[in-house]
Design a protein around this ligand. Sequence first.
Ligand code: DAK
Length: 260
Amino acid sequence: MEYKNLLVAKEGGIATITISRPKALNALNAEVIGELYALWKELEADENIRVVIITGDGEKAFVAGADIGELKELDALGGIELSKRGQSLLWNIENSDMVSIAAVNGFALGGGCELALACDIRIASENAQLGQPEVNLGIIPGYGGTQRLTRLVGKGMSKLLTFTGDMADAQEAYRIGLVEKVVPQAELKETVNKIAGKILSKGPKAITAAKRSINAAANTDLDSGLRYEMAEFGAVCATEDSKEGTTAFMEKRKPEFKGR
Ligand code: DAK
């Protein structure tokens, strides 16, 4: 499929999606959401792709939010439609067997911050600014920001950012756990590719099981989470990859994982 607002590059198991609406700082209008939804499905169907990097075009913005011009025109039904598509896109990203990394290369505001929050890992450039400024517009986060931001940085910090609409610069975002690493803009791509490559070198089944188990931690009580981990652990023990990984260690060689 052709995408008007997305650049897609695939290389050795890694897909990089660049959201490209430079005139609106890569803001998410309904068309971009629809394209991301379709592209995500396309990547899911490609069994070679195991890590997806999401970034924004240019050096100024990751995604500056939902498209405010479009939001202004929304009626109730339109709002529900947009919400359905956007929320299921982010749910698909969060619950995918593929690992997602947000390369936050500038402003990640509102829906842009929420997109980054749905990814597994966030790496920011030094010029990045993240926040949920929806209250400035008289609305609240609508793509899961109140939930995912709170789980990541805690209730108080989530409220501070959301109630004030203030942006956190990259260092502050790192300090509060909103991003996992901060690097100079010139090193962002290389850093993210290196992390993606490292993840690719591990057993695919193990990465998926670990992702599901860690996601469960945010959604369940400790006892249920531990039971979930136990079941996933049991399942990976039955994979060829777990035999290969442990045998390779004993034989002092590098494992060759097959994803089985
Ligand atoms: N939407 C549309 N256009 C945007 C935009 C946005 N979010 N952000 C920036 N632009 C456009 C600007 O209008 C400007 O266009 P021109 O005037 O050149 O035509 C161009 O991008 C460059 O922006 P600026 O001239 O403003 O650049 P500055 O460097 O001065 O400022 C800025 C950069 C990022 C601080 C500023 O652009 C800004 O404050 N932007 C808005 C950020 C924001 O409030 N984001 C949150 C949007 S609300 C929902 C789910 C989710 C949501 C809503 C509903 N449902 C489930 C229904 C989410 C809501 C949001 O994200």
